[in-house]
Design a protein around this ligand. Structure first.
Ligand code: C5P
Length: 294
């Protein structure tokens, strides 16, 4: 049988407001998430037992997810929910681990979509999204993609209109960040949070003007992440110094995203960052999330 292949797109938090820690250990968040046309690829074939193999796309290297990973969990949960088959998955990675771009979540969402599509949509969309939320806070969004406001622990999403796409430079430091550690440091620091203008951001998204959007990027986790890794704060300043209209830490880090005017501007900025980061990518935002590949 021909494998079903799915594109697993990364996400970027344009605004991330972090609230109180809840009794279940998660934090209440308010965030605007944006899908990026920067993706891993997940292939699935039916198998006797669940198995997942990760590799890096040509020219890339780095640590790979350890078992039990989120793709494994997706296959097991989907099979339990549907009484269906086990699958073997191959994941070709481009999105680094510990970058804050939701790569692991994107792989899990892509696996869910592939399992659903290859078995005649055994689950209703709302049940698929409920499974996604069970796997991780960001999984519903990376399944849906586009642009969305999200609340709760990030799993309650509402699509936002964003008619134009934006170009980003992504700088990847050589070190990953641990999401639980950054949230923990955030609680310890207990500093006043930044102002975030959600309404202004929605207007800027509608306008499609990168200069307007650039001034509104906010991430409450920056203080904690920069406290753990002071060089991250300098790297963010470096992205703006290199010409980006604005920059923000991606989620809990470690990637820094710089907003640019267009692709040519993105490439110019990326060129100036070649000595600051071991890896720099220029990517466009995307109206889609997990997507079947023909
Ligand atoms: O949901 P997910 O498994 O991706 O979250 C990873 C970790 O990030 C959680 O275990 C928690 O420490 C932290 N987190 C949080 N509040 C959120 C989302 C994630 O504290 N809203």
């Amino acid at each position: 049988m021909k494998p079903v292949r799915v594109r697993a797109r990364a996400k970027l938090n344009l605004i991330l407001k972090v609230g109180a820690r809840r009794p279940d250990g998660y934090h209440e968040v308010e965030t605007v998430m944006q899908a990026l046309d920067f993706f891993d690829e997940v292939s699935l074939v039916p198998a006797d037992a669940t198995a997942v193999a990760f590799s890096w796309a040509p020219g890339l290297s780095g640590p790979l997810p350890e078992a039990p990973d989120l793709v494994h969990r997706s296959i097991e949960l989907f099979a339990a929910a549907t009484g269906g088959n086990r699958f073997r998955a191959e994941v070709v990675k481009r999105i680094p681990l510990g970058a804050g771009l939701g790569g692991g979540s994107a792989d899990a969402a892509a696996a869910l979509l592939g399992l659903s599509e290859s078995q005649g949509r055994l689950l209703r969309a709302e049940d698929l999204f409920a499974l996604a939320a069970e796997i991780g806070s960001d999984v519903p969004f990376v399944l849906q993609g586009g642009t969305a406001y999200a609340a709760g622990r990030g799993e309650r999403i509402r699509a936002l209109p964003a008619p134009k796409q934006f170009w980003w430079v992504l700088g990847f430091p050589e070190f990953p960040m641990s999401t639980p550690e950054v949230y923990e440091r955030h609680d310890e620091l207990a500093r006043p949070l930044m102002d975030a203008d959600l309404d202004g951001l929605k207007d800027a998204l509608r306008s499609g003007e990168p200069l307007r959007l650039a001034g509104l990027l906010r991430n409450d986790l920056e203080l904690a992440a920069f406290d753990i890794r002071p060089e991250l704060g300098l790297l963010k300043e470096g992205v703006v110094a290199a010409g980006a209209f604005g920059a923000v830490l991606a989620g809990s880090g470690s990637a820094i995203a710089g907003l640019c005017r267009d692709e040519a501007h993105g490439r110019e900025v990326a060129g100036r960052l070649a000595d600051d980061f071991p890896r720099v990518e220029v990517v466009e935002s995307a109206t889609r999330g997990a997507e079947l590949v023909d």
